[in-house]
Design a protein around this ligand. Structure first.
Ligand SMILES: *Cc1c(COP(=O)(O)O)cnc(C)c1O
Length: 363
């Protein structure tokens, strides 16, 4: 008989479907579901299958390796590459008909050559840099670049995209960015309209409205965390990270707990040892942060530092707590944003750092 894992992530696919509906309602458009980085740690294939069954317009990935996993799993939804393509990836992209975004004429010419060699026409999107500074043509260069790319016979420019650097931090800048993008989309699409026009990530689609976009690119919100706190109540957590109590002991006052002895008991303390640590992706930066774990519905404070495989929590006020009790680290009842804040990072990173040792359990 196989023993169950010490740490696991319960993935609620019903919550994922709910969050997609919220994204569609909020944006008023179809969605490209962003499933890069193993679907933000939730499991690329299972998440993509669920979203594909809901009829998303595209699956958005970071690189050819992720696109290949989707293709090999039988995905039929068009696959979009969210960033510039490496030269070594381009042949596979053309052969498979994945949709790249273009940030340079060099990329465009190479794709055109490869598509000609394959006797095919590759659909591509033009990327414009309206403020992110990571990729795309600058607005002033975009008209000439688009004209040049449209002369390449084996490319078909079917879309226009841009990205938002601070939709959850700077509303004034973001409003100006939407204006700039909508003006550009109107101008660049005047003679030949784009089939797909997209700008908004989760924060963009929740907080702003485009005049021209007909596609949104939600990532984080699909997984149940809103980058804009005002919209958190509309979403449902998809991942709940769990472990179990492996040991309970009584420590006398004046006893240190964990590496560095940063916590010393002040009273007789019942200490639960729990089978999860930074080796599972529970951030070591939570050490000394005042973070709590949930046992039997009660929040219990973390004691001392997070170790690689184990943490300790104070269960003095939870006399019923027993070995094998389930522990929630974050998810349905402890918001991931709270954990991210205490660890000095963002929910995106908390999700993507959950390691392979953590079994994903789907329901
Ligand atoms: C990751 C990514 C997204 C999704 O962003 P969220 O903030 O997670 O919604 C959208 N567009 C691009 C280009 C991205 O890289």
């Amino acid at each position: 008989m196989e023993s169950p894992p010490r740490a696991w992530a319960e993935i609620d696919l019903g919550a994922l479907r709910h969050n997609l509906r919220v994204a569609r309602e909020a944006s008023g458009t179809p969605c490209m579901a962003v499933v890069k980085a193993n679907a933000y740690g939730h499991g690329l294939v299972e998440v993509a299958r669920t979203l594909e069954a809901e009829g998303v317009a595209f699956l958005g990935v970071a690189n050819a390796g992720e696109a290949r996993v989707l293709a090999q799993a039988g995905a039929k939804t068009p696959i979009y590459l969210l960033g510039p393509s490496l030269p070594e990836e381009q042949e596979e992209i053309v052969a498979r008909g994945w949709v790249p975004c273009l940030s340079s004429l060099e990329e465009a010419r190479r794709f055109d050559d490869l598509a000609r060699a394959e006797r095919t026409t590759l659909r591509v999107h033009l990327s414009v840099d309206t403020g992110m500074g990571r990729g795309g043509f600058l607005p002033n260069d975009a008209p000439t670049a688009l004209d040049a790319i449209r002369t390449l016979p084996n490319l078909d420019v079917t879309g226009l995209g841009s990205h938002l650097p601070s939709a959850d931090e700077d509303a004034d800048f973001t409003r100006r960015q939407f204006e700039l993008f909508d003006d550009l989309a109107g101008m660049l699409g005047a003679s030949r309209p784009f089939q797909h026009i997209h700008l908004a990530n989760s924060a963009g689609l929740l907080g702003f409205r485009s005049r021209t976009a007909n596609l949104a690119r939600p990532g984080l919100m699909l997984y149940g965390s809103s980058p804009l706190p005002a919209h958190q109540d509309r979403l449902q957590a998809v991942m709940t990270l769990k472990s179990r109590v492996s040991l309970i002991r009584e420590l006398p006052p004046g006893h240190g707990v964990s590496y560095g002895r940063t916590f010393i008991t002040e009273r007789p303390t019942r200490v639960a040892t729990i089978g999860i640590g930074y080796g599972d992706g529970y951030p070591r930066h939570l050490s000394g942060s005042g973070v709590e774990v949930l046992i039997r519905g009660a929040r219990c404070p973390l004691l001392g530092r997070v170790t690689m495989d184990q943490i300790m929590a104070d269960v003095t006020d939870l006399p019923d707590c027993k070995v094998d009790d389930e522990v929630e680290l974050f998810g349905a009842r402890i918001p991931v944003a709270e954990i991210a804040g205490k660890a000095g990072t963002i929910p995106w990173e908390i999700f993507t750092r959950v390691t392979e040792r953590v079994a994903r359990v789907y329901s």
